[in-house]
Structure formats: structure tokens, C-alpha cells
Design a protein around this ligand. Structure first.
Ligand SMILES: Nc1nc2c(c(=O)[nH]1)N[C@H]1C(S)=C(S)[C@@H](COP(=O)(O)O)O[C@H]1N2
Ligand SMILES: [Mo]
Length: 223
């Protein structure tokens, strides 16, 4: 899908109207679900091509500037790094096709991802024995989520920088998002800029609002 700018005015009118049909430049279609529930379905809910709903908690969406963007990997590591976009793209890239499930019940099948396995990063930064959790921090403040170090190397987990054959769009979290098909969508942090390894658990944004930290598809307290 193309990048669509959801300005603050649009966002406020969506919230203000509750359930509305929204059509912007012919690119967006469908209706925002009834709002008001404090769940991942609650804000920035636009239905887009291919069944995705574009979510954000504090519009406007972060914009990606290749000149200034960095992916910082820090915390309980021997060698902290700050990768540029080009350095991220230069890391070994893996491809996968996986299904995506939001905890509110919608699913997108066969998403084609290209990205970097977390093990590649861990090779570079050398996590200390004290590192137990990885926190994925979005440019969209205060969105953050967390995985255990073991979960970061599950089969489908990657830092996805291409989706369906194209660089990740702004709507979907450019330049890079966490991909973890084993868990619900809220773990798949968009607009990533920092990964911090910690000793202690720091529950993510939706987890502070009642969702399970271990967001296993089909097994956690979701839909
Ligand atoms: N920064 C950020 N990442 C986020 C969210 C968000 O609101 N902000 N929503 C999450 C949820 S609940 C889902 S289901 C997916 C939706 O992905 P999409 O917006 O690309 O469709 O993004 C996840 N990552
Ligand atoms: Mo979600």
C-alpha cells in the first residue's frame, strides 16, 4: 500500500465521530470500528488495502529521515551500536512469508517480509549474561514492547525492513518494525529506533493496559 498521511485533524475527526466511513484520496476505504474501548483496536484505526488496519497511538505517524535515523542497540551489551539505515540494510537479510494476527481478531495472511534476524545484532553487540529482556522502542512515543532474549530468536522473528517486495511504508512502520508472527500484532513495534537489553521486565504499552506480556497467538488473553 502507499504511504498515507494521517494528519492530526483527520485523527481527531475520526475519534470525534466514533464509527465512520473514511475515504481519503481514494486510497483508504472501509470504516473505523466503534471506538472507545481501550484496546489495540482503539486509536488510529484505518482499514487499508489487503486487510491491514493502520494503527498508531499518537498521530501524526513518525517520519523517517535516512540521514538522521539510527537504530541504537544498547543496555546490557558489551558493544553498543548505532546503525544507520544503510548499515541495517547491509546486514544479512532473510525472507519469510507469515500470517499476521491482531489481538482484536483481524488477520492478514501470507505477508512477505524481508529483514534481519536478531541473532545478527546479538553477534555484533554481544549481550552480557545479565541481559534477560529486549525492549523495542518506537519513534512513536510512548509505544514500546518487550521480548525475552529467548523469544527474540524464535523462527519467525526479524527486524522487517521490506514488506511484500517494497521498502516498509510509513504507515506500516518505516524504516523497520519488529516482526513476530508467533505473537499478536501489538508486539510488532513499528517505527523502531532503539533496542535496549535489560535485566528486568518492562511491560509494553498494551501490557500496561491489561494484555498479556506473552502474546502467543491463540493462547494469550486476546481475541
Ligand atoms: N508504534 C506502534 N507500533 C504498533 C502499534 C502502534 O499503535 N504503534 N500498534 C500495534 C498493533 S496493536 C498492531 S495489530 C499492529 C498493526 O500493524 P499495522 O499498523 O501495520 O497494520 O501494529 C502494532 N505496532
Ligand atoms: Mo493489534
Amino acid at each position: 500500500m502507499s504511504d498515507i498521511r494521517l494528519g492530526r485533524r483527520t485523527f481527531l475527526s475520526v475519534v470525534g465521530l466514533g464509527a465512520v466511513g473514511l475515504l481519503a484520496g481514494g486510497r483508504l476505504s472501509g470504516a473505523a470500528a466503534p471506538l472507545g474501548r481501550l484496546v489495540p483496536d482503539g486509536v488510529g484505526n484505518l482499514v487499508s488495502a489487503g486487510g491491514w488496519r493502520i494503527y498508531a497511538i499518537s498521530p501524526p505517524w513518525p517520519s523517517f529521515d535516512p540521514a538522521s535515523w539510527r537504530l541504537e542497540v544498547t543496555g546490557e551489551v558489551e558493544q553498543p551500536v548505532k546503525l544507520t539505515y544503510d548499515e541495517l540494510l547491509a546486514l544479512p537479510t532473510q525472507r519469510q512469508t507469515s500470517d499476521f494476527h491482531c489481538v482484536t481478531g483481524w488477520t492478514v495472511g501470507d505477508v512477505r517480509w524481508e529483514g534481519v534476524r536478531l541473532a545478527e545484532l546479538w553477534d555484533r553487540v554481544q549481550p552480557k549474561p545479565t541481559a534477560r529482556y529486549a525492549n523495542f522502542v518506537s519513534m512513536e512515543h510512548p509505544y514500546v514492547d518487550t521480548l525475552t532474549m529467548e523469544q527474540t530468536t524464535l523462527g519467525g522473528v526479524m527486524l522487517g525492513h521490506r514488506m511484500d517486495g517494497k521498502p516498509l511504508s510509513r504507515a506500516h512502520g518505516a524504516p523497520v518494525r519488529l516482526v513476530i508472527p508467533e505473537m499478536y500484532g501489538y508486539k510488532n513495534v513499528k517505527w523502531l529506533t532503539r533496542i535496549e537489553l535489560t535485566r528486568e521486565l518492562r511491560p509494553g504499552y498494551w501490557e500496561l493496559n491489561g494484555y498479556d506480556v506473552d502474546a502467543w497467538v491463540g493462547r494469550s488473553n486476546g481475541y
